[in-house]
Design a protein around this ligand. Structure first.
Ligand SMILES: Nc1nc2c(ncn2[C@@H]2O[C@H](COP(=O)(O)OP(=O)(O)OP(=O)(O)O)[C@@H](O)[C@H]2O)c(=O)[nH]1
Ligand SMILES: [Mg+2]
Length: 239
């Protein structure tokens, strides 16, 4: 296959201290056929304007939404837009990535390489070689428990179901009905992998090192945990 076209989707909410550096680090990899799609939810800190500025220099498309509507719906909107591109500009590989440097841009080439043999690659903190830096014990426990819970309820063989650094072949997204998603928030990560698995795709995991954000505020809260708890049960029993 010729060099695959790669699109990296980055949802942003109040990431003014991170976005510029991240975009430059991604394009600094000098990968061919790479573009970024930023979905900004009218960030009060002006991240959307920074995105527009960056789009003047780099191959970036910015989707502006009028208010904060959740990570899951941000991805869904970006995926729908990508799938509606003219066929010659449709990306072959589509990444999900956080804006806050928790996901290391230097690991992007590892995903692309692994995509030769897989339909979808999950960046995993819980396989050999993966890890987490600077999370407190409580956050680690919640993540561990969330993974064990969803693995068990959904009968999935993957170690990291809640991570947000992952890559899909376009056909995987085409196979998933993006209008039937029940998750608005972070549970989206579990739901996409579950649906891809049910559709029979070959899903692989590679180790990543996740780093706690250095700048900006965490949006993680109890509502996110509760959404996942309930929605995983919904997924299991309603599909
Ligand atoms: N567009 C959009 N982006 C969001 C929303 N919520 C979170 N994000 C972005 O999604 C990515 C992941 O969110 P984070 O807040 O970093 O979530 P996290 O990594 O679980 O938690 P912290 O890093 O501790 O805050 C970041 O790039 C956020 O800016 C949202 O409602 N809309
Ligand atoms: Mg984060």
């Amino acid at each position: 296959m010729s060099t695959p076209r790669v699109a990296i989707v980055i949802p942003t909410y109040n990431e003014k201290n991170n976005l510029d550096g991240l975009v430059k680090a991604v394009f600094g990899l000098k990968l061919e056929n790479l573009s970024i799609i930023i979905v900004d939810d009218h960030s009060p800190d002006g991240t959307g304007n920074i995105a527009d500025e960056l789009a003047k220099t780099y191959p970036i498309r910015v989707i502006h939404r009028e208010e904060k509507k959740g990570l899951g719906t941000a991805y869904m909107e970006a995926f729908k837009e990508i799938l509606s591109f003219e066929s010659e500009s449709k990306p072959d590989y589509i990444f999900e990535m956080d804006a806050d440097f928790s996901h290391d841009p230097a690991e992007i080439p590892n995903f692309i390489k692994k995509m030769d043999e897989c339909d979808m690659v999950l960046g995993s903190r819980y396989v050999k070689g993966g890890g987490i830096e600077n999370w407190d014990v409580l956050r680690k426990l919640v993540s561990r428990f969330g993974n064990i819970y969803s693995r068990t309820v959904l009968w999935l063989p993957y170690r990291d179901l809640t991570g947000g650094f992952k890559c899909y072949k376009r056909k995987v997204l085409e196979s998933i009905d993006l209008d039937t998603f029940s998750s608005v928030g972070y549970n989206f990560q579990i739901e996409t992998t579950y649906k891809a698995h049910k559709n029979g795709f070959h899903i692989c995991e590679i180790p990543i090192t996740f780093r706690e954000r250095k700048s900006g505020q965490s949006k993680f809260n109890l509502a996110i945990i509760l959404e996942s708890f309930v929605k995983v049960l919904f997924l299991r029993f309603r599909g």
